[in-house]
Design a protein around this ligand. Sequence first.
Ligand code: UN1
Length: 495
Amino acid sequence: MSDTFENYIDGRWQKVSTRQTFENRNPADPDDLIGHFPDSGPADVDEAAHAAREALDGWSDMPAPDRGKILKASGDLLVERKEDIARAMTREMGKPFFETKGDVQEAVDTAYYAASETRRLFGTTIPSELPDKMNMAIRRPLGVCGIITAWNFPVAVPSWKIFPALAAGNTILFKPSEDAPHSGLRFVQTLIDAGIPDGVINVINGADEAGEALVEHPEVDAIGFTGSYEVGTSIAETCGRLNKPISLEMGGKNPMIVMDDADLNLALEGAIWGAYGTTGQRCTATSRLICHEAVQDEFVEMIQDEAETLVLGDGNEDGTDVGPLISEAAVEDVHRYVEIGQDEGATLVMGGSPTTVNGLGGHFYEPTLFTDVTPDLTIAREEIFGPVLSVFEVSSYDEAVEVANNAKYGLSSSIYTQDVNKSFHAMRDLEAGITYVNGPTIGAEAHMPFGGVKGTGNGQRDGGYAAFEFWTEHKTLYVDYSGQLQKAQMDSVED
Ligand code: UN1
């Protein structure tokens, strides 16, 4: 069964102006066509941006708790539809059903968090330096917000941006990834069914042309982006030229340090989940395992034994641990890195090939493990976005941190140790937006700041209250009730 999907603009499903569509297929079984989606162009973006602008005053003037009621209702619908959306998400982007349910749950948590924040959205009141005068700073929305996201968390990640942006009174122009448009539409449908007013959220499907038009559009005031470093930095250049605020969430090359005193069974579960969960397709995936020499050989063997028990398959089949990669192009990219790793001298100890499962023709790739990896190798430096774990051997805590920090990205990081002092040193020393102690590099919670340093981001954060710091700006208010002209810096100081 396949359908033709439309854009959602100004409260109506609308045909794409270009008359062009693209196909979306199940990565576990490419014969399964999910549907045709609009390949939008500048005219579609223009219409959506105007609709979002028209809707802005009504939405931002609405009492914030009333906006919160709609977000809460959307969260309730996500709960009701959780299994249904998760099944559709697995069919569309491949990760197993137990993971896609978690993806929807992350959006539920974000909806409820953002809804509750509408009863706070605190500003500040600060004493004036002058008598009979009151100073305040309140939070105002940024305006029309363009949101561009990746396919690997196609409901959770859009929700991290869209719910707080809406709670704060912004209107939205959302472009889901062209690799997971259906999940994006299912998510938006919950807002529509929860009663979001026309024009407050608009969805444009498409690829680069639609994305560029969205970023460039003069009616779009701010951009939230999650995706690759290359695309993110190029959007940021445009935003710099146009003076638009942007929140960037890009790649990762996340290290897990396993010290000589680590609980190896615990670290094993973490490494398997961190490296091979979501087929390694998370920005937070554990892609570098930095092992103390005293435990390295034993730990590598444990990983090999455990990884062999992982069941690859269609994520909608019971018992599947690891789904396919998103596309044939992704299989080629991952395999190219594996070949480069071998050419540059790393030792391939497990996996390293595309594979087939149950004659499905899906984009499967074997869980892969390299040892003898040094920081200068390509596989040590670049984000692979696949099930490839590289092991580095170190002889001390200091060397472990040095290897961990020798990376262009700084999203997540982790250390396994039973030494409380070492764990606090690591929380301070690891150059990353997130550090886990005795947990893998994945598993962020919706109410905590999420984002990274160095090549991962630009100082902004998704998640929790930190998201509101991006999606609002301060407006400073001075109320002088003295009945006189009072001059700051002059009348308040006795010369
Ligand atoms: C991402 O890969 O873009 O912490 C987001 C985690 C998830 C989110 C990942 N909750 O791994």
